[in-house]
Design a protein around this ligand. Structure first.
Ligand SMILES: *Cc1c(COP(=O)(O)O)cnc(C)c1O
Length: 820
């Protein structure tokens, strides 16, 4: 028990000690003196001071993991949406208050410095943010873990609005460097892509296939330390940057001269150049497959190196290594690990495959068909010819098992095959992931149920017990402690600290939900946060909003299934009701949107334009007396979410039932005391279970109702004809009333709703609109609203990512904590 050596720090954590550390970094790391230092310099110096403490613990952690030869989990993800790391590092290093004081004494403050940091936005949305929350929880729970991904030179594009239209600008997050990363050229590794398969004699006289002639690429790792909260564990995130193996290709130089040689180099460096900005759609682009293979191949070589330091026998690999695949994006790792064992280490197929399938676990994130990754066989042949052969062999053996279980069942073989037959054969990455993993999990109870019953019923039958649920969560450190200091302070005052590492403790607030004093304190915090957000709105987009109004918030990627356009229809209906009945008694509302659309997603961009145009019009209409405001904050990202979430009264979670796998924005908002208006979709179902149905506004069709309607044949035009108000607002959008300068520009949205409406917006409109009337009534009853808001915060313990990661560790990875 007393075996673990207690870590002691060599750094002086006192206020004077930290002051000196910051000044030393300013001088020796940045070559600045206190007179000429800019805010950014101070931010960098302070960050480096915090980083020193964290690095000290990282070294101790890695030593402990090595010494105990601990099993580690490797989290493979093409996306990590980290946001800013400054506050998180200060809290985790346990020096937030000390740094605040140290800075104060030098005439500075954390709040100002914090804003100097550029968001680390190496992800699109929920999937990437989940990976970031998981890293935080893994470290906080003392679990040995490494995250693996790509060191993109450009993260998710920056969004601006020009005349209400989205424009995309490059996200040059590394322009001024980042204090958090450590480059480790000594762990660089070489991989290849393209080339061909030749049959050659190996060193035992066997005629074997060998992958030759590929293009060599160097992967250089950058490490970001990941400190746990309230513990010494510091794990790391290792991101690969692609480089040309030689600075300069002399052969190319001799062939084509300088320009040719540099171009060769540029191709290699293109791989980690930019994050693909598509959320929930796969474009099948060659570079994307190369990105996937590149980072996975580098990571596996890195894992091999680490495994070999402490272990002899490959049989022990699954005892020491668990690899979690965040969606199918890294699924090619299954084939690469098999190839390494079988081709490179000469292991028999059966043994290699048995180790592989004890190593990988796969998380499915979506049921949307357009999001399920498929690669054409010709593309695979070009990029990864040997892997394609191995996939066909995996599939052959897989289909033999199907035949053994269901002899002669041709249909079953077709649906279970890794290869989709057709004009062009396609490799189904989800099928490969299911076959190659020992665990397949969904991300909310409803999602897992649909995964088993609708997407993969035959697989569930073939592999009973392989499918399981791990409902998503969020880290309370970022999504309450750091983003909402006022509420955090109030909570700790009322129930003490400890909830940061044990979120179920928030249940202690329930007993005060009816207490008028606590209600007014709780709502005073909410009001102060709304005043802050109102100031941000004013500075960012010049619109004045009333902090006493109901802040109705929908923040998430712009996607048809998330139905921002349903929200817009309701805004128009309210606006019209106010124009037709100026005495209508409704609580003033501010509708707040923030969302990026994928650059090639025309309808999503049209919805952005529609919200902006309608908003501009409503905000300028004096007749409605500021009772409605519509605000669209540009450039949605983690740091902006951290400002909006604490100020929200109402959380819009209105995806078509069955389409949102889980959602995590829903959890952030409810945790911070926003009430949810939402469909019975994703984790909303479990949020309702936790908070109680009296503390949530549920509307719209259920999954069963959606299925029945679609089966019967959904005709949006019927709903449009049958509902006078709905017809009026849809036509209003389609007219040029809101876009006189750009006639026809919203036509595509209007036509889509009337004639297509794949996500049943019109079918759910009336129910949604009715539910909003209940919201209005509840908001006017201040004590009732306060009680409901407190109940939401108090009952969100389940949605801590610590709970989620605890379940992954014990039920999937069989992973034990290591105390440092
Ligand atoms: C939490 C988060 C998301 C996911 O939001 P959902 O509402 O679950 O889709 C997306 N982007 C950012 C920046 C986030 O912080």
């Amino acid at each position: 028990m007393s075996e673990s050596a207690q870590f002691t720090s060599a750094i002086d954590h006192s206020v004077p000690g930290l002051k000196k550390l910051i000044k030393n970094h300013l001088k020796f790391s940045l070559a600045r003196d206190t007179q000429t230092a800019s805010r950014r310099d101070w931010w960098l110096a302070t960050s480096k001071a915090a980083q020193s403490l964290i690095i000290e613990r990282m070294i101790a952690t890695q030593t402990a993991h090595h010494r105990t030869n601990a099993k580690r989990v490797y989290y493979f993800s093409l996306e990590f949406l980290m946001g800013r790391l400054f506050s998180n590092s200060l809290y985790s290093a346990g020096i937030f208050d000390e740094i605040e004081l140290a800075l104060q004494e030098m005439g500075l403050d954390t709040e100002t410095l914090r804003k100097e940091e550029y968001d680390m936005a190496l992800g699109n949305g929920g999937l990437g943010r989940l990976a970031a929350c998981f890293l935080d929880s893994l470290a906080t729970l003392d679990l040995p873990a490494v995250g693996y991904g790509i060191h993109y030179q450009y993260g998710l594009f920056k969004q601006e609005f020009r005349n209400g239209h989205q424009v995309e600008l490059p996200d040059a997050w590394l322009t001024y460097g980042t204090p958090w990363e450590i480059v480790r050229p000594e762990h660089s590794t070489e991989v290849q892509v393209f080339g061909q398969v030749e049959n050659v004699f190996d060193d035992r006289g066997n005629y074997v296939p060998r992958w030759t002639g590929g293009k060599k690429i160097l992967g250089v790792p950058y490490d970001i330390p990941i400190p746990g909260f309230g513990t010494n564990t510091v794990n790391f995130l290792r991101l690969w940057e692609s480089r040309a193996p030689e600075e300069f290709d002399f052969e190319a130089f001799n062939r084509g001269g300088y320009g040719e040689a540099v171009r060769e180099k540029n191709v290699s460096e293109t791989i980690s150049k930019v994050l693909y900005p598509n959320d929930k759609t796969e474009s099948g682009k060659e570079l994307r497959l190369v990105q996937q293979y590149f980072f996975v191949a580098c990571s596996l070589r890195d894992i091999f190196r680490r495994f070999r330091k402490d272990n002899e026998a490959w049989e022990d690999f699954p005892e020491k290594v668990a690899i979690q695949l965040n969606d199918t994006h890294p699924a090619i790792a299954i084939v690469e690990l098999l190839r390494l064992f079988h081709d490179e280490y000469g292991m028999a197929w059966e043994k290699a495959w048995s180790i592989v399938t004890k190593t990988f676990a796969y998380t499915n994130h979506t049921l949307l068909p357009e999001a399920l990754e498929k690669w054409s066989v010709p593309l695979f042949q070009k990029v990864l010819p040997r892997h394609l052969q191995l996939i066909f062999e995996i599939n052959k053996r897989h289909l033999e098992q199907v035949e053994a279980k269901w002899p002669g069942d041709v249909h079953r073989k077709r649906v279970l095959s890794i290869i989709e037959e057709g004009h062009v054969q396609m490799v189904r990455m989800a099928h490969l992931s299911v076959v190659g993993s020992f665990s397949v999990n969904g991300v909310a109870a409803l999602h897992t149920q649909l995964l088993k019953a609708e997407l993969f019923p035959e697989f569930d039958e073939m592999f009973p017990g392989k499918f399981n649920n791990k409902t998503n969560g969020i880290t309370p450190r970022r999504w309450l402690l750091a983003c909402n200091p006022r509420l955090s302070t109030l909570i700790s005052k009322k129930i003490g600290t400890g909830w940061e590492r044990d979120l179920d403790k928030l249940r202690g607030l329930e007993q005060y939900a009816n207490d008028p004093d606590f209600q007014s304190e709780f709502m005073a915090v909410k009001h102060a946060n709304k005043v802050d957000l109102a100031r941000i709105i004013k500075t960012q987009i010049g619109i004045s909003v009333n902090p006493a109004a109901l802040f109705d918030v929908q923040i998430k990627r712009l996607h048809e299934y998330k139905r921002q356009h349903l929200n817009l229809l309701h805004i128009l209906a309210l606006y019209r009701r106010l124009l037709q009945n100026p005495d209508l008694d409704i609580a003033p509302r501010v509708f707040i949107f923030s969302a990026k659309a994928a650059p090639g997603y025309d309808l999503a961009k049209c919805i952005i334009k529609a919200i902006n145009s309608v908003g501009t019009h409503i905000n300028a209409d004096k007749r409605i007396n500021d009772r409605l405001k519509v605000v669209f904050l540009p450039n949605y990202r983690v740091s902006l979410a951290q400002r909006i979430v604490p100020a929200a009264d109402l959380s819009e979670q209105i995806s078509t039932a069955g389409k949102e796998a889980s959602g995590t924005g829903n959890m952030k908002l409810a945790l911070n005391g926003a009430l949810t208006i939402g469909t019975l979709d994703g984790a909303n179902v479990e949020i309702r279970e936790e908070v109680g149905e009296e503390n949530i506004f549920i509307c719209g069709m259920t999954v069963e109702e959606v299925t029945a309607l679609v089966k019967k044949g959904y005709r949006p035009h019927d709903f449009y004809m049958a509902n006078e108000e709905l017809r009026a607002v849809v036509d209003w959008i389609g007219s040029n009333y809101f876009t006189p300068d750009e006639p026809g520009c919203l036509r595509m949205l209007c036509d889509n709703l009337i004639y297509n409406d794949p996500f049943l917006v019109l079918a759910d409109f009336q129910s949604y609109s009715d539910s909003h009337k209940l919201v209005d009534a509840a908001f006017k009853d201040k004590p009732r609203w306060a009680k409901m808001a407190i109940m939401n915060t108090a009952r969100m313990g389940k949605f801590s990512s610590d709970r989620t990661i605890g379940q992954y560790a014990s039920e999937i990875w069989k992973l034990d904590p290591v105390k440092v």
